[in-house]
Design a protein around this ligand. Structure first.
Ligand code: NAD
Ligand code: TDX
Length: 339
C-alpha cells in the first residue's frame, strides 16, 4: 500500500505516521504538509532516513502537486488530516479555515477521483454535530449543526467527501472523532496550554464557568481507529470515534494542577469563547460493533502520561511556541486575562 497522509506533521498526523510505520511496516507513506505554525518536522525526528516515509512540503489546495504525487508514488489511499484545527483561531480569522479545510479538501477529492485513488479517509470531527444538552450522545445520524467557523468548515469538508462518494463513486469513509490528547499537541489546545502555563506559574484561563464538557480520547486510540476505518470501513459510511470519557474542563484543569504540584489559585475564570459549545459526547457503538475497534487507554492514565511527557519535553514546546505563537497568545488572551 502507498498512502498519502495529509497534515502528517501536526499533532494527530505525526502520531499517525509513527503508528503506521510501526504496525504497517510494508506501507510507504507520503506525508504532504504545508508546515503551518502547527506543523513541525521535529515531531517525526525518529523517522529521519526512513525510505518508507516521504515528506513533501506543500498545500493540499495545490492540485497540480497532489496529482503529481499521486501519479509518481502510485497512491492507493488518502488519509486526509490537513486542516486549520483551532476553534479560537477560526473566530479571530475564519478565512484560512475556508481555504485549507473547504477548498483544500475539494482539490484533494478532485485529484483522488482523477487519479483513481481506491480509498479516501476523511478525518472529520464530532464538532460537526454542534452542542448537546446535559444528556444524550451524538450518533452518526444526529443532525449536523456546527457552531464555529472551524466546525462549519469541517462540516463542509465532511459533506463534500460524502458527495464525492454519492455523485462520483469515489470510495470515501468519514470518521468523526472526539477531543484528542497526547504527545506533540500544540500548546494552544486546552490540555497542553494548561500544563505549560502551570509550569510557568502563569494564570490558567478557564472559559466561562468551566463546566463545558468534552469527550476525551488518547491520540493513539484515534490512530488505531483511523487505521481500522481505512481497512475495514464500508464505502460511503460515517464512523463516530470516542472513548466514553466525558469530563468538565474544570475537572481536567484541577487534575493537571494536581499532577504538576501547583496551586488551584492559578485558575482564572475568563470571558467565554463566543458560541462556545456546551457539551460533546460520542456514541461509538457503530465502530465498536461493526469494525471491532476498542480504545486501549483510560483517561486518568493517559492524562498522567501526557502531562509527564510535557514536563520532560520542555525543549519541544519551548521551540514550537515561537514568536508567531506568542503574538497569537497575546491577541487571544490579552483582554480575556485583564478583563
Ligand atoms: P494540527 O493543527 O495539530 O495539525 C494540522 C496539520 O495540517 C499541520 O501539520 C499543518 O501544517 C497541516 N496543514 C494545515 N493546512 C494545510 C494545508 N493547506 N496543506 C497541507 N497541510 C496543511 O491538527 P490536529 O489536531 O492534528 O488535527 C488533525 C485533523 O484531525 C484535523 O483535520 C482536525 O480537524 C481533525 N480532528 C482533530 C481533533 C483534535 O482533538 N485535535 C479531533 C477530531 C478531529
Ligand atoms: O484557554 C482555554 N480555556 C478553555 O477553557 C482553551 C484553549 C480552551 N478552553 C476550553 C474550550 C473547550 O470547552 O476547553 C475546551 C477544549 O478546548 P480546545 O482544546 O480548544 O478544543 P475544542 O474547542 O473542544 O476543539 C477540539 O476538539 C475537536 C480540537 O481543537 C478540534 O480540532 C477538534 O475537531
Amino acid at each position: 500500500m502507498n498512502v498519502l497522509v495529509t497534515g502528517g506533521c501536526g499533532f494527530i498526523g505525526s502520531n499517525l505516521v509513527k503508528y503506521l510505520r510501526r504496525v504497517r511496516p510494508d506501507w510507504t507513506l507520503v506525508n504532504l504538509d504545508k508546515l503551518t505554525y502547527a506543523g513541525n518536522l521535529e515531531n517525526l525526528k525518529e523517522l529521519e532516513g526512513d525510505p518508507k516515509h516521504i515528506f513533501v512540503r506543500g498545500d493540499v489546495a495545490n492540485r497540480e502537486l497532489i496529482e503529481h504525487l499521486m501519479a509518481v508514488h502510485r497512491i492507493d489511499a488518502v488519509m486526509h488530516l490537513a486542516a486549520e484545527s483551532h476553534v479560537d483561531r477560526s473566530i479571530l480569522g475564519p478565512e484560512a479555515f475556508i481555504q485549507a479545510n473547504v477548498l483544500g479538501t475539494q482539490q484533494l477529492l478532485e485529484a483522488s477521483r482523477t487519479r483513481g485513488v481506491k480509498r479516501f479517509l476523511m478525518v472529520s470531527t464530532d464538532e460537526v454535530y454542534g452542542s448537546l444538552g446535559p444528556t444524550g450522545y451524538f450518533t452518526e445520524t444526529s443532525p449536523l449543526q456546527p457552531s464555529s467557523p472551524y466546525s462549519a468548515s469541517k462540516t463542509s469538508a465532511d459533506l463534500l467527501a460524502l458527495a464525492w462518494h454519492h455523485t462520483f463513486g469515489l470510495d470515501v469513509v468519514v470518521t468523526r472523532c472526539s477531543n484528542n490528547y497526547g504527545r506533540y499537541q500544540f500548546p494552544e489546545k486546552l490540555i497542553p496550554l494548561m500544563v505549560v502555563n502551570a509550569l510557568h506559574d502563569k494564570p490558567l484561563p478557564v472559559y466561562g464557568d468551566g463546566a463545558n464538557v468534552r469527550d476525551w480520547l488518547h491520540v493513539e486510540d484515534h490512530c488505531s481507529a483511523l487505521l481500522t476505518a481505512l481497512e475495514k470501513g464500508r464505502a460511503g459510511e460515517v464512523y463516530n470515534i470516542g472513548g466514553n470519557s466525558e469530563r468538565k474542563n474544570i475537572e481536567i484543569v484541577k487534575a493537571i494542577l494536581g499532577l504538576v504540584g501547583k496551586p488551584e489559585s492559578l485558575i482564572k475564570y475568563v470571558k467565554d469563547r463566543p458560541g462556545h459549545d456546551r457539551r460533546y459526547a460520542i456514541d461509538p457503538t457503530k465502530i465498536r460493533t461493526e469494525l471491532g475497534w476498542t480504545p486501549a487507554h483510560t483517561f486518568e492514565q493517559g492524562l498522567q502520561e501526557t502531562v509527564r511527557w510535557y514536563v520532560d519535553n520542555a525543549a519541544w514546546w519551548e521551540r514550537v511556541m515561537s514568536g508567531a505563537y506568542r503574538q497569537y497568545f497575546e491577541t487571544q488572551y490579552r483582554t480575556r486575562l485583564n478583563g
